[in-house]
Design a protein around this ligand. Structure first.
Ligand SMILES: NC(=O)c1ccc[n+]([C@@H]2O[C@H](COP(=O)([O-])OP(=O)(O)OC[C@H]3O[C@@H](n4cnc5c(N)ncnc54)[C@H](O)[C@@H]3O)[C@@H](O)[C@H]2O)c1
Length: 275
């Protein structure tokens, strides 16, 4: 178990959307958070220290690992990334963060993976993290790379890890698909908190969703971790309907995206699949 009262936790990508939600959710109970990002990290509290560092600066990342017991690795490019940035940050940067952690004796890594690691499964299939990965894009492939490295770190070096296959992280759901895939700020903080505190997670992959009525996934590992999400995207259904979002046709099996990965299932770096 990583002890909130005594241990230092490093969060990469701490200036981002999820990093900000985590700081909000963790800082009251965790003694010492070390934060890093390539962008400034605003409004530090007394138990937070921050540095502005590019993930490509291996020496700086190694220095940052000193005295750290657990790493939450969030830094990455997403959305409208270009291929060079994806390789540099989500592959090479991932490698450098994980290797620096291993060499420094870090005992646990929590990794922001993605539902794009299994995005090619049809949304009608209740995918479990125990099923084989089916990444929908190069972005998803690099998330599977991270999960696979962590498997190797556990088998070869005993480093425990939890890879979170995050769905749609936002303050509120944004479209029809996110009624199934939403992860709220409070729930992501709880998911990371239980992943850090668990006495023996081994090498675990879990889905990162809220308690959505329309979940299209199964996850036995939620119970094992003690994750009990409290938010439900369905509570925002009327708000979405008022915005003109078609919230109903999915109930008849007509999902706006027929695969778990949504638009990433048709990512730009890949030609359209022939049926
Ligand atoms: N938001 C989602 O719905 C979602 C879903 C699945 C997975 N994820 C993953 O969660 C993580 C965090 O996502 P987010 O939504 O907070 O995104 P975000 O873009 O808000 O945060 C990512 C952070 O990484 C930082 N970063 C990018 N390049 C960097 C570099 N070279 N060096 C150091 N820092 C760098 C950015 O400055 C940013 O603050 C990402 O790895 C993302 O792939 C997010």
């Amino acid at each position: 178990m990583i002890d909130p009262a005594t241990d230092t936790v490093l969060i990469t990508g701490a200036a981002g959307a999820i990093g900000s939600a985590l700081r909000q959710g963790l800082r009251a109970n965790w003694r010492h958070l070390r934060l890093t990002d390539i962008r400034p990290i605003e409004k530090l509290s007394e138990n937070e220290e921050a540095s502005i560092t590019d993930i490509g600066d291996r020496l700086a990342i190694e220095r940052m690992m000193r005295g750290v017991r657990a790493v939450v690795h969030l830094a990455g490019v997403l959305g409208n990334y270009d291929l060079e940035a994806l390789f540099r940050v989500n592959a090479r940067g991932l490698f450098d963060v994980f290797e620096s952690a291993r060499l420094a004796g870090v005992e646990r890594i929590i990794f922001a993976s993605s539902n794009h690691a299994f995005g090619c499964y049809p949304i009608t299939e209740p995918v479990s993290p125990e099923w084989p990965a089916r990444p929908d894009s190069l972005y998803g492939v690099f998330k599977v790379l991270g999960e696979t490295m962590l498997r190797n770190y556990y088998d070869r070096h005993g480093i425990q890890s939890v890879s979170l296959r995050i769905g749609t992280f936002r303050t509120q759901p944004i479209d029809q698909r996110s009624l199934a895939t939403w992860l709220s700020p409070a729930d992501v903080a709880q998911l990371v908190d239980v992943s850090l505190r668990h006495p023996d997670p081994g090498c675990l992959v879990v889905n990162g969703y809220s308690n959505n009525t329309r979940l299209r996934t199964e996850d036995p590992n939620w119970a094992m971790l003690g994750y009990r999400p409290t938010d439900n995207a369905e509570d925002h259904r009327d708000m979405l309907r008022a915005q003109g979002v078609d919230v109903d046709s999915a109930d008849r099996g007509q999902w706006e995206w027929p695969e778990h990965g949504g638009s990433h299932a048709r990512a730009a770096e890949r030609p359209a699949r022939r049926s």
